[in-house]
Write a protein that binds this ligand. Structure first.
Ligand SMILES: *[C@@H]1O[C@H](CO)[C@@H](O)[C@H](O)[C@H]1NC(C)=O
Ligand SMILES: *[C@@H]1O[C@H](CO)[C@@H](O)[C@H](O)[C@H]1NC(C)=O
Length: 259
C-alpha cells in the first residue's frame, strides 16, 4: 500500500491515474464547446479542432502480402481532414519522432505496443516506421493535442495519447464483424455490391456513409469519418458521412480471404 510521503507524490498520483483509468492530462473542455466542422469559428484552440476538424479512422484489408489476423481488418491511422477532403500533413518536424516504440514503452504502454504489433502492422513488416509515418504525417497536425494543451505536460505525452485513442476507436469499429453480420465474408468466388458493403458499415457508424476503396476490384480500405467536440482524446465523437467519393465499382467487388 502507498503511505503518504511527499517524495512519493508522483508515484501516488500515477497510481491514482491507474485506478481511475485516466490517461490524458489534457485541459478540460467545456461541454458547450462546438463540434469541429460544424461551427463557423476559424480559431484553433485546445478544445476546437481547426483546420483539421474531421477525423478519419482508416483501416486496411491486406491480402498480398497478408497482414494481421485473418478475421480482422488492421489499422491504417487516425487522420485529421479540413472538413472538405483536403488535409494538412507533416505539421511539426520537431515532433516527428523516430522512436515511437520506445516512447510508448517509457509511458508504460507495452500492452498497447503488443496490440499494435498485431493490429497496426506494416505491409513490409516494419511496424515502427509505419507508426512514425502515421504520427509525423497526421498526428502532428492535430491541434488539440499540442503540448501546450496539457497541464503538467510530460515529453511526448501526446504521442501515447494519439496511439491509444486510435486503437480505442478501431476496437469500436469492427469492420470484419460488421460485414459478416450482413453475410459479406471473404471469398475467392463471391462478389459484392458497393451498396451492400456500405449499408453493412453504416450500421456500425450511426447510419453515416463510410468510404470504401478497392484495388484491382478487391476491397482493401475503409475510412470512418467523425466530427469531435472538445479535444480528440477526451472529446465526444459524432459519426458523419464520408467527405470523399468511394473508389470501388458499383458491383462485382471481391473481398478475398487472407490466406
Ligand atoms: C525519443 O526521441 C526524442 C527525440 O529525439 C527524445 O527527446 C526522447 O527522449 C526519446 N524517448 C525515449 C523514450 O527514448
Ligand atoms: C510487425 O508486423 C509484422 C507483420 O507485418 C508482425 O508479424 C510483427 O510481429 C510485428 N512486430 C515486429 C516487432 O516486427
Amino acid at each position: 500500500m502507498f503511505q503518504f510521503n511527499p517524495s512519493k507524490g508522483m508515484l501516488a498520483l500515477a497510481a491514482m491515474n491507474l485506478i481511475t483509468g485516466t490517461t490524458a492530462n489534457l485541459k478540460t473542455c467545456a461541454s458547450s464547446s462546438g463540434f469541429s466542422c460544424q461551427s463557423s469559428s476559424t480559431t484553433p484552440t485546445c478544445c476546437f479542432n481547426y483546420p483539421g476538424g474531421a477525423f478519419l479512422q482508416t483501416q486496411f484489408w491486406d491480402t498480398d502480402p497478408v497482414t494481421g489476423p485473418s478475421n480482422s481488418w488492421t489499422i491504417h491511422g487516425l487522420w485529421p481532414d479540413n472538413c472538405d477532403g483536403t488535409y494538412e500533413a507533416n505539421c511539426d518536424s520537431s515532433r516527428a519522432y523516430t522512436n515511437i516504440t520506445e516512447i510508448l514503452q517509457a509511458q508504460d504502454r507495452s500492452d498497447l505496443v503488443s496490440y499494435m504489433d498485431k493490429y497496426w502492422v506494416d505491409i513490409n513488416g516494419d511496424n515502427e516506421s509505419f507508426w512514425e509515418h502515421e504520427w509525423g504525417k497526421h498526428g502532428t497536425c492535430i491541434n488539440t493535442i499540442e503540448p501546450s494543451c496539457y497541464t503538467g505536460y510530460e515529453s511526448q505525452e501526446e504521442v501515447g495519447d494519439y496511439f491509444q485513442k486510435t486503437v480505442d476507436l478501431f476496437k469500436g469499429l469492427d469492420t470484419y464483424k460488421a460485414l459478416a453480420a450482413a453475410g459479406i465474408t471473404p471469398s475467392n468466388s463471391k462478389t459484392y455490391t458497393a451498396g451492400a458493403i456500405k449499408a453493412a458499415l453504416a450500421k456500425v457508424h450511426d447510419g453515416a456513409e463510410v468510404y470504401i476503396s478497392c484495388s484491382s476490384g478487391k476491397l482493401n480500405q475503409v475510412w470512418y469519418f467523425f466530427n469531435v467536440q472538445g479535444n480528440i482524446i477526451d472529446g465526444k465523437y459524432e459519426a458523419v458521412d464520408s467527405l470523399t467519393s468511394s473508389a470501388c465499382s458499383k458491383s462485382g467487388i471481391k473481398y478475398v480471404p487472407k490466406n
